[in-house]
Design a protein around this ligand. Structure first.
Ligand code: NAD
Length: 279
């Protein structure tokens, strides 16, 4: 059983950074106190963090696949995230604009988890912060934009699917509020969409490449609030592991990478991450 705030860890927990690989045991279920992980952070030079929707749930933004997730509660909502449905069905677009208008992200503030990652950057430890999130709460918490790799884009901008024009989301939301159910691009009349990567849309190859390169340079890697089921991003864990980085996973539910991780924490991220990253 995993007690919130404690962890499962493999038996390599006691060895030094750098020679972890050959000592990895399979004795998951050992516990180690948070001091051990803090000592890894103290000695690490290039910490890479991968975040998912789970880091923002305590800011009031639901995830997709967790027990309270948007898709878990309403599987048909997945349609709104599919580019094919979005481009071909005006009703899906109208629903999407309504969902954007009422999105909890507009009132959300960074929580203790986000703030802990900003503090990690101030300590000079953060090599890269790869996020699947589209809410920009990492930047609002104080992480510098050049450290944050937004591999799924941002919901705070719109993009025209025809001419590529980008603009602040708020301008489009103002038009929706004023009665336009599916506001077209003012430049060319094309379909507007949030500047996020929907299912069926290609990721930005250069960005993914840079994120993956950063993961391969990590000496300590945290995966935080992500189910690690979506590739190629989940592959960042594999790359860090292949580079002999220590792997720490914070997620309420099991992930496919728990067995290769040096430590797995199940407790709430907002309480756990600040304790692990405290100097
Ligand atoms: P996911 O929904 O697949 O998984 C989130 C995981 O976080 C779940 O396993 C859940 O158990 C865990 N979790 C939730 N709250 C937690 C907490 N407080 N403490 C510990 N664990 C917690 O998320 P994903 O893997 O990031 O994939 C969903 C995709 O949808 C993302 O790639 C992203 O593009 C998009 N999305 C983004 C946001 C956002 O920007 N905040 C929100 C929802 C979805």
């Amino acid at each position: 059983m995993v007690v919130p705030g404690t962890l499962e860890v493999n038996s390599s927990a006691d060895i030094e950074l750098g020679d972890n690989k050959s000592n990895r045991g399979d004795a998951l279920g050992n516990t180690v106190d948070m001091d051990k992980v803090r000592s890894w952070v103290d000695r690490a030079e290039r910490v890479v963090v991968l975040t998912g929707a789970g880091i923002s749930t305590e800011s009031g933004i639901p995830d997709f696949r967790g027990p309270q997730g948007v898709w878990t509660k309403n599987p048909s909502a997945e349609k709104l995230s599919d580019i094919h449905h979005y481009m071909t069905d005006p009703e899906v677009r109208k629903e999407s604009w309504k969902a954007r208008l009422g999105h909890p992200a507009w009132n959300a503030k960074p929580n203790a988890g986000h703030l802990a990652l900003a503090a990690l950057e101030r300590r000079g430890k953060l090599h890269a912060l790869i996020t699947q999130n589209i809410d920009e709460l990492h930047q609002m918490a104080g992480n510098s934009p050049d450290k944050v790799f937004e591999v799924h884009g941002t919901m705070r901008k719109v993009v025209c699917m025809a001419c590529g024009m980008t603009a602040p989301m708020q301008k489009a939301l103002d038009r929706v509020q004023a009665g336009e159910e599916d506001p077209p691009c003012r430049d060319c009349g094309g379909i507007l969409k949030s500047a996020t990567i929907s299912f069926g849309q290609a990721l930005v190859p250069e960005l993914i490449e840079r994120a993956m390169r950063a993961a391969a340079e990590a000496d300590l890697f945290f995966a935080v609030g992500t189910s690690l089921r979506v590739y190629p991003i989940a592959g960042a864990v594999e790359l860090a592991n292949a580079a002999d980085a220590r792997i720490v996973i914070l997620n309420a539910e099991p992930t496919p990478f728990d067995e290769i991780a040096h430590a797995v924490f199940r407790g709430p991220i907002g309480a756990t991450l600040p304790q692990l990253l405290r100097p």
